[in-house]
Design a protein around this ligand. Sequence first.
Ligand code: ADP
Length: 539
Amino acid sequence: MTGQILNGNSMDDYPLTLTSIVDRAERFHANRGVISRRPSGDVNRTTYGEVAGRARRLAHGLAALGVRDGDPVATMLWNQSEHLELYFAVPAMGAVLHTLNPRLFPEELSYIVNDAQDNVIIVDESLLPVFETIRDSREFAHVVVVSHTGDIPAGMLDYESLVANNEPIEWPVLGEGRAAAMCYTSGTTGRPKGVVYSHRALVLHSLVVALPDQFAVSARDTILPVVPMFHANAWGLPYAAALAGAQLVLPGPQLDSESVLDLLAAEHVTMTAGVPTVWMGVLSSLDAEPDRWDLSALNRLIVGGAAVPRSMLEGFDRHELSIVQAWGMTETAPLGSVCRVPEDLDQASNSDRYNYRIRQGVASPLVDIRARDDEGNLIAWDDTAMGELEVRGPWVAASYHHGQGAASFTADGWFSTGDVVRIDPRGCIRICDRSKDLVKSGGEWISSVDLENQLVAHPDVAQAAVIAVPDDRWGERPLAVVSLHPDVDPSVDKLRDHLAQDFAKWQLPDRFEFVSEIPSTATGKVKKSELRKRFTTEP
Ligand code: ADP
């Protein structure tokens, strides 16, 4: 028997675009605050109403510079109100917001701005030295400077004039499949790859981010994203906050723990978010001076981007501050899963609860997960079998920009994350390993393959393997396991100096272990799992 009412087309085909979020912030949350700390430390107070109004003028100004439908507009900015104006203006005018991470190496940034074909770039004055390192690698049509001193270098344009000298525009009607924003991954040994987010993806992402068991964003919140707006859309918080009418506190460049704590206390922040490294520093400051900051308004810290060690959960619990762990990737916009303790564990022992909270959580609504073992078989959700996590969903990339990295997408439409997981019967994941050969230190990737290649280039070295070891402060640090040629004396200094010729200091392994032979798998690959077992302990 077939049903009689199969056609749902009687519902309005209303497009899901960020314009709705921008409009909503302007109409309904016009008086809610957007607080920005300037590089000088001064605090600037504005509102969603003003930000949205200025975004309309800015869009006019950008169009006058030649920005057309679908053109990227690059930003090299901190978390600051101008960045929010661009988050509003660029997608709503039909262009594509391309956030650049100023912490990348100049070669990476140069590659990225050329791959994306950025012609207009907005740079904060304090980041002009970074911009200078890539200036010659691309002929930008316009460089626009957000100045705090009033000085605009010759040949560059003043952001404020671009806003002030143009009339506000009406937003065009856009289709939901249109590109809204893009961000490059830094998480591979190969070239960075562009991820392009559609309006639809970011609207659905914002709705789900705001749900009570996700990040729980409400009009009563004051949110301080420590996670940069150039890092995977600041985990969706700017749009989710604008949608809900939560106040935003944007910390600018000062992200040391005392500056973060000062702002959390002064602005009565209710929710904050960032990578574990930031919070390790914050925890040390809190431990040293527990009564210095009044954080009574703060009821959750969203922590992700790298594993949250148990010691950190315990440390914040001691200060009655609750950490919620989340997992995500640039390719997943980034929300993928959130770890919320289920009700039936309320009465469980402390230890059981911590064992749950160190996990990466249950897939967010609308995100599907599965994991496959080395033979390609789906693993059981028994918390024992291990496999590479695959995801799909309305805000998960289906391809990279220019079709790069096609091997990361399965034939049946899933994205392979490179994270090796166990999944428990509730569907809660635990990342145990990474098939992508990288170390993530302080939120930045270090390629173990590159370090290995350089190590074996040394005449004393027969074989080398670099693994990530858990580190309380940095999340992970590289450890080099080296086997030397016969009759060579081990010398850490010699190897470190050799690596220092090609790597930045923070990328150098902290530890070197000398072994007679490096274990290998049947296919001749280094058996890193065995090395990890031997040289690391769980965080
Ligand atoms: P992000 O922008 O969040 O750093 P990247 O795409 O650079 O995203 O890196 C994503 C990777 O970071 C994931 O594939 C995973 O390896 C790691 N990661 C993210 N969140 C967590 C977490 N909560 N626990 C462990 N690893 C994580």
